[in-house]
Design a protein around this ligand. Structure first.
Ligand code: CMC
Length: 428
């Protein structure tokens, strides 16, 4: 037996399968011929042991807490590169030159305006509708206004569609917020950077002009950069699976947004704030929250803790934790929720339950505190995650559609229902 093959002994026969090796040395068994050769399938509920694709975009080592985009460590990107530059990196594999960045920014401006007929759609949503639901619906509706993005015809090149989407999602997100608070929508401005433009659309009003603060713009850039990609997580897998059916890009991204909205995924940042507030209002204590999280009879989880891949500190959470105090200081914000979060983290990291299970704070644990400090309302937190994750989804989708060996994603199952039986006479 060689290190390049794995053997399977089954029903008196030995089968050999090649080992595929990634550029960082991680190894997987290539079982593409398994069913053909043995009649067997693999059973891997929730894909905990399955590599669903080969990808050159993002590398994570969950044991060591490493995250890299195209080989660049997240610690070297965050705080130094803007979100627009990071989005460009994810879409093209390299950071932009000065000229490329200027051209990308020009295009982002060019596509920032929403088709005016779509603005009326917002009137159809009830007051109080969650902005994530509005956003996924509106993104899906884009396909009716820009129908040239069908994969089969590819009349519009992928770059144009990707740029339009990254630009317009920001307008849609801000419009959804303005609608939810009953204020007039603020249109995008060509003289503002990506993040400044978003903040202006969110907070400017005819009666109270919004003053753009460079520190807030920097904080937003940092948060979006940290969320920009995270390899094959739930929403990215949704994007790849839906996209594999040759669905148009907008419908595909809409599916990713729906997946992200779940409380176990992107929705956790909002849940963290609810949890911290409960402690602040004294309806819970740090100890009672920890006790409930450990109680297997209670469905409650310590929100913002744990990760499928990271079995050590989430590197994004480490950066956000470090930046949190600095940003609050810069903005002259004193938020008692930060003290509660720190106490909760400190106690959890010493608690046998969390230590034994390698449960550490994830990206959602501290991000809400910064969003809160820069004025983003809680039901927009997951929308912010969406703005950040969009370039990653598009990059992963593009990698999938450009793979010459791509096929529609279609797992198998182990059927556990009744054996063959015959229909009774219908009740008439
Ligand atoms: N609080 C209490 N116990 C937990 C938690 C938690 N937050 N997370 C995991 N556990 C326990 C879990 O009950 C299990 O215990 P046992 O071995 O006794 O059955 C053990 O730890 C292993 O957990 P798991 O359920 O096998 O872990 P998973 O990989 O299936 O789930 C997770 C990962 C992120 C969904 C989960 O940790 C969780 O629900 N965390 C809270 C929600 C959250 O913060 N989500 C944001 C994730 S990061 C941003 C993103 O990518 O969306």
């Amino acid at each position: 037996m060689s290190a390049n093959t794995a053997e399977l002994n089954y029903a008196g026969k030995t089968y050999r399968f090649p080992i595929v090796t990634g550029s960082e040395g991680e190894k997987g068994i290539d079982i593409s011929t398994l069913r053909r050769d043995t009649g067997l399938v693999t059973y891997d509920s929730s894909f905990q042991n399955t590599a669903s694709c080969r990808s050159s975009i993002t590398y994570i080592d969950g044991e060591q807490g490493i995250l890299r985009y195209y080989g660049y460590p997240i610690e070297e990107i965050a705080g130094r590169y803007t979100f627009v530059e990071t989005a460009y990196l994810l879409l093209h594999g390299e950071f932009p030159t000065k000229e490329q960045r200027a051209q990308f920014s020009r295009k982002l401006n060019e596509y920032s305006l929403l088709h005016e007929d779509m603005v009326h759609f917002f009137d159809g949503f009830p007051r109080g509708a969650h902005p994530m639901h509005i956003l996924s619906t509106m993104i899906n509706a884009l396909a009716t206004f820009y129908p040239n993005v069908d994969l089969l015809s590819l009349k519009e090149d992928i770059d144009t569609s990707a740029t339009r989407l990254i630009s317009i999602v920001r307008t849609l997100a801000a419009f959804a917020y303005k609608k939810s608070i009953g204020e007039p929508m603020v249109y995008p401005r060509h003289d503002l950077s990506y993040c400044a433009n978003f903040l202006n659309m969110m907070f400017n009003s005819p009666v109270k002009p919004y003053k753009i603060d460079a520190d807030i713009v920097d904080a937003l850039n940092l948060l979006l950069v940290l969320h920009a990609d995270h390899e094959q997580n739930c929403s990215t897998t949704a994007v790849r699976v839906i996209g594999s059916a040759q669905v148009n890009l907008y419908a595909t991204i809409s599916a990713g947004i729906s997946a992200l909205s779940g409380p176990l995924h992107g929705g956790a940042n909002q849940e963290v704030m609810n949890m911290l507030r409960q402690i602040q209002s004294r309806s819970e204590t740090v100890d009672s929250v920890l006790a409930r999280a450990k109680d297997k009879k209670d469905p409650f989880l310590l929100m913002g803790f744990g990760h499928r891949i990271y079995k050590s500190y989430d590197p994004r959470a480490r950066i956000i934790r470090e930046m949190c105090a600095k940003i609050l200081d810069k903005l002259h914000v004193r938020d008692p929720l930060l003290d509660i979060a720190r106490e909760l983290e400190e106690k959890a990291l010493k608690d046998e339950y969390f230590v034994d299970r390698n449960l550490y704070p994830n990206v959602d644990f501290y991000s809400g505190i910064i969003y809160h400090a820069i004025g983003i309302p809680e039901d927009m937190f997951t929308v912010m995650f969406t703005l950040g994750r969009l370039p990653g989804w598009i990059a992963q989708w593009r990698e999938m559609v450009q793979d010459k060996n791509r096929k529609i994603a279609r797992p198998r199952q182990i059927y556990t229902g009744p054996a063959l039986r015959h229909c009774p006479e219908p009740h008439r």
